[in-house]
Write a protein of this length. Structure first.
Length: 508
């Protein structure tokens, strides 16, 4: 079904360190000095692509044959998530205002437009049918438990029913199998006060007590991360939470509303949101997505297809609130991936800022940061990150900015870019060791090798705060055909990251 999105003005990026009314007075000067950078990647995909045949448990990995993977997901928080949970733009709740519909609302950074992306159509792909796909676009909370390793990845049964006064729950379609006997069942909704204990047969499971009503719903058979099965039975995952499990969706039993709409290319070379592309609008409520895990959970699904009539920018929004005809819902975070099929050299990447989630245990996540051509020699690269460093484990988390080459056009950065400062690349790298409540703080501290520790054991250093990293480009800065800067995020051998962060890149 389609629903018309509310009208929103596209957001603008500024490079000002001023905030509030003071920013207005200097806006003209700021815009003259500021150059927003196209962020994201050189290819046609954002986030992981966990092939079920090669990625055990659908867990992305750096190692072949599953990898290399970037080990990150695109992400958006629910409209009633805590402000401190890595996404300052998607929640109505203010800092320290709690979560849920009862939170203190009025977040001045909230925007109903969600996150924006662009499809940059190459000349060779004009008049071809292009299909935008999303991986795990719904919000499906993950479970971690022991279970039957032979049962494999958890699956969903959608026709479970309870009967008032009975302590069994049935699947009329015989959705349970013999391999499920003894497995735990996790229900999104059953009769009040009951918990499903385990599968007894192909058609029945046991409730913790007699049902107090009659209901029909769905449930997950087995845990999403079965600690008796690979890869979750490895020491690396000891102590993991649901946030370290596959895409790590969290807390949204009722799901999130999702609205994805592609807009026509206006020929300006910039993103335009004036004219929606006919028939290229994916719009579903949280309950609709929650009721269709067989279509969306842990798999790719078509969002829309279109045939571009000209090369250049076709913008689209991925959002979960402020949608006409839907009541805002969701307190957790929804992780997903995007890719474009049908093209040869068309790009798909974030626009303005990007919100991501990195959650692979004991890993190194590599992500493309920005393409910085040699024409920017002598300028300054400003990288603003909100809330980096969340997670558990004994290791330090170290975020390092690397100069080109980044590894383009490979879909995953090589992680072997140039450490800066370096001759011909950058002369200095500075940051704010003291976390800032606002975006764009001063950067009085030197970042050795342009690396910043964001987490130590028991301490998420920048929790709910901003980190700025400034890289001064060498006056002789040059790069070859690969001018991509990258981020290398090392979580160490004892790290269990659940790191939600949002970032933007500018050149000044």
């Amino acid at each position: 079904m389609e629903r018309t999105p509310t009208t929103e003005r596209p957001r603008r990026i500024t490079c000002s360190r001023a905030v509030g009314a003071a920013a207005v007075a200097v806006m003209a000067l700021v815009l003259a000095a500021c150059q927003p950078v196209g962020i994201g990647n050189p290819g046609a995909q954002v986030g992981n692509d966990p092939d079920p045949a090669n990625c055990p448990g659908l867990q992305p990995s750096n190692a072949p044959p599953c990898g290399p993977q970037p080990l990150l997901w695109a992400s958006i928080n629910g409209p009633y998530a805590p402000f401190e949970n890595g996404d300052p733009y998607s929640t109505h709740c203010v800092r320290a205002g709690g979560s849920g519909t009862g939170c203190t609302q009025g977040n001045t950074l909230y925007r109903a437009t969600g996150y924006t992306y662009v499809i940059d159509v190459a000349p060779a792909d004009v008049a071809k049918t292009l299909t935008l796909q999303g991986y795990d676009v719904g919000s499906y909370p993950r479970t971690v438990a022991t279970g039957n390793a032979a049962a494999g990845v958890a699956r969903t049964v959608a026709d479970l029913s309870t009967t008032n006064g009975l302590s069994t729950i049935s699947s009329p379609s015989a959705g349970f199998t013999s391999a499920d006997v003894g497995q735990r069942v996790y229900a999104s909704k059953v009769a009040s006060g009951t918990t499903i204990m385990s599968v007894q047969s192909a058609t029945n499971a046991t409730l913790s007590r007699s049902a107090t009503g009659t209901a029909v719903g769905q449930a997950t058979i087995g845990s999403d991360c079965t600690t008796n099965a690979s890869p979750w039975n490895a020491p690396a995952f000891s102590g993991m939470s649901g946030g370290n499990c596959q895409t790590g969706d969290d807390s949204d039993v009722g799901g999130q509303n999702i609205d994805v709409q592609v807009f026509d290319n206006d020929g300006s070379g910039n993103p335009s949101y004036a004219v929606p592309l006919p028939g290229c609008h994916f719009s579903h409520s949280g309950p609709e997505l929650a009721a269709a895990p067989g279509t969306y959970k842990n798999q790719w699904a078509d969002l829309c297809s279109f045939t571009p009539t000209k090369q250049g920018i076709y913008a689209f929004r991925f959002r979960n609130s402020g949608i006409d005809g839907m009541t805002d819902v969701g307190v957790g975070n929804n992780q997903y991936a995007l890719k474009l099929l049908g093209g040869t050299s068309t790009r798909l990447h974030a626009s303005g800022d990007q919100s991501v989630f990195v959650n692979a245990a004991n890993s190194i996540a590599n992500l493309y940061l920005a393409d910085v051509p040699a024409a920017n020699a002598g300028k300054k690269l400003e990288i603003d990150l909100y809330d980096p460093g969340d997670g558990n484990g004994s290791s330090n988390y170290t975020l390092q900015v690397l100069g080109p080459p980044g590894g383009a056009p490979s879909p995953t950065p090589a992680g072997t870019g140039v450490a800066v400062p370096a001759a011909g690349i950058a002369t200095a790298c500075a940051y704010n060791a003291t976390p800032s409540p606002d975006m764009g703080p001063a950067t009085p501290d030197t970042a050795v090798n342009c690396a910043v520790v964001t987490h130590t054991a028991g301490n998420n250093i920048y929790n709910g705060r901003w980190l700025r990293i400034e890289v001064t480009l060498d006056p002789a800065y040059t790069c070859s055909s690969d001018c991509w800067w990258t981020l290398k995020y090392d979580f160490g051998v004892g790290g269990l990251p659940t790191d939600r962060l949002t970032y933007t890149v500018k050149i000044v």
